[in-house]
Ligand binder design. Structure first.
Ligand code: AMP
Length: 506
């Protein structure tokens, strides 16, 4: 695979060049290549089904990217799982993916798992494998072409996460576009904000590795402590910034977040949620040497498929920023509810067709058939996003279903409801997003409680939240809980979300 060959070449020519740094650790290209070979060789010795996925658990450490490459060099796709994912959800991921091996780069509560059905290589053992001095015997068996390279689990409306399969070809198509169409081909420092279990992290990880760049990872300690974050940023020498708009907005609250703090910053890449004119404007004011790009795309089409540079002129003439034009090998068209292509200017569902569209959800034929199809020989994906085309540019107009983005995190309201519904204290529930300035600020759960013995509502809320924290990552747990005696219904008998939404907005 071309991407792996590029990394190999950089490791040979510049073994000491840094591939990765975070607060406190670093990894050179030479170490990345050799350690991932060691791991791949070890994986090949374990009798696991060929092509069976391997879970890589941890946070923003260098062992994560060593493990990713170790997996794909041994012929197995990896499933990145961030530490923020609770055990119950990891169990669901194991069940759905049939993974047999977990590589844990951080301490892991392994006594929750049946050692007959899953093998866990814990962080100390992993470290021993990676730094072992014996000769490496590695059968060349890299994942290639239509083999899965990684599988990223996203929120699913059925109540369980679903695994988006991204092949070597999907990823190569994305990386080729990034390198050819964005000013990022020099050996630069790339900010990596998103944890590896979100596909936004792929936007900097593989472009950076394939051009010999250095990934500068933001850890959760940094996100949780702005003083540490900005101090680390000051010494980061970042050239390319990749994050959600929400993260940049948070940084803008710090008055010293400017070109003076990051004198080398030349490019902002945003994706995953609406980039407002206000955020873009403030960034252009504070970073006069930088360009801003707004990218659009779902995990199912490998990170992003369209982009546009956002300039001061564009901000002056637009209330809502466009999401640009599609990459050269991909088509994006707008269809009505019968799948008929709509003319320019008319709003409909956005369909993406091209070589970076996933083959579907792992082990979920029904779900795959609902959203993926073949169009003129190319894989196509029904995004569930509404949009229109005007003067050759694409515009995003929100979702057609209950998928939402809260502070950059993708989730299905139905999955949250499904899990709240499992609480012993809950009879029925509906979750609604609460908006501020056109963006979702937080989620409120309207709950019809089951019989309980709590005196106060806050006690009931904390009991439900405690149960939920075992099943859902913290970012999916609604901030507010409101208790009602029954859910309002629409005339056709569905829970009346609009009415509940009006209630929270009034
Ligand atoms: P994810 O799979 O987490 O990348 O989320 C994909 C979804 O994020 C898309 O289907 C859109 O709803 C939303 N999204 C991605 N990029 C943008 C953008 N530039 N503007 C608005 N929404 C976006």
């Amino acid at each position: 695979m071309k991407l792996l060959q590029s990394i190999q070449q950089i490791a040979r020519q510049h073994p000491n060049k840094l591939a990765f740094v975070n607060q406190g650790s670093q990894l050179s290209y030479g170490e990345l290549w050799e350690r991932s070979n060691r791991l791949a060789s070890n994986i090949q010795k374990q009798a696991i089904d060929s092509k069976s996925p391997i879970i890589v658990y941890g946070h923003m450490g260098p062992e994560m990217i060593v493990s990713f490459l170790g997996c794909v060099k041994s012929g197995h796709p990896y499933i990145p799982v961030d530490m923020s994912i609770p055990i119950e959800r990891i169990k669901k991921i194991i069940e759905s993916s049939n993974a047999y091996l977990i590589l844990s780069t951080e301490s892991f509560e392994n006594n929750y798992f049946d050692s007959n059905s899953i093998k866990i290589i814990e962080s100390e053992e992993l470290e021993e494998i990676l730094t072992d001095e014996t000769e490496i015997i590695l059968e060349n068996n890299w994942v290639n072409e239509d083999d899965n390279f990684y599988i990223i689990y996203t929120s699913g409306s059925t109540g369980n996460p679903k695994g988006v399969q991204i092949t070597a070809n999907n990823l190569q198509s994305f990386v080729d576009w990034m390198i050819s169409d964005f000013p990022i081909d020099k050996q630069e420092v790339f900010l990596n904000q998103a944890p590896f279990s979100f596909d936004l992290s792929v936007m900097d990880l593989y472009p950076s590795l394939s051009v010999g760049g250095t990934l500068f990872a933001v850890t959760k300690e940094m996100v949780g402590n702005p003083k540490v974050l900005f101090n680390e940023l000051k010494y980061s020498n970042i050239n390319v910034w990749t994050s959600t708009p929400s993260f940049a907005q948070m940084c803008l609250m710090e008055p010293t977040f400017s070109q003076e703090m990051l004198p080398e910053l030349e490019v902002f890449l945003f994706c995953g949620e609406v980039l407002t004119t206000d955020t873009a404007n403030q960034l252009l004011d504070r970073f006069p040497n930088a360009k801003i790009f707004n990218l659009y795309g779902p995990t199912e089409a490998t990170v992003a498929v369209s982009m546009i540079e956002v300039t001061k002129e564009m901000i002056a003439t637009h209330d809502v920023l466009p999401i640009g034009r599609c990459k050269g090998d991909t088509k994006l068209f707008i269809v009505d509810e019968n799948g008929k292509q709509l003319p320019d200017g008319e709003k409909g569902e956005m369909i993406i067709a091209g070589p970076s569209v996933s083959k579907g959800y792992l082990g979920e034929e029904g779900l795959t058939a609902k959203s993926f199809f073949i169009q003129e020989g190319e894989r196509a994906y029904k995004t569930g996003d509404a949009g229109y085309i005007k003067n050759g540019l694409l515009y995003y107009k929100g979702r057609l279903d209950f998928q939402v983005k809260v502070h950059g995190f993708r989730m299905e309201l139905e999955e949250i409801e499904n899990n709240i519904g499992k609480s012993q204290f809950v009879e029925a529930c509906v979750v609604v997003p609460v908006y501020r300035d056109e963006k979702i600020d937080y989620l409120t759960a309207f709950v019809v409680p089951a019989k309980h013995s709590f005196e106060k509502e806050f006690q009931l809320t904390s009991a439900i939240k405690k149960e939920l924290s075992a099943m859902l990552p913290a970012y999916m747990i609604p901030r507010k809980f409101s208790y009602i005696s029954q859910l309002p219904m629409t005339p056709n008998g569905k829970a009346d979300r609009k009415k509940l939404l009006q209630e929270v907005m009034s």
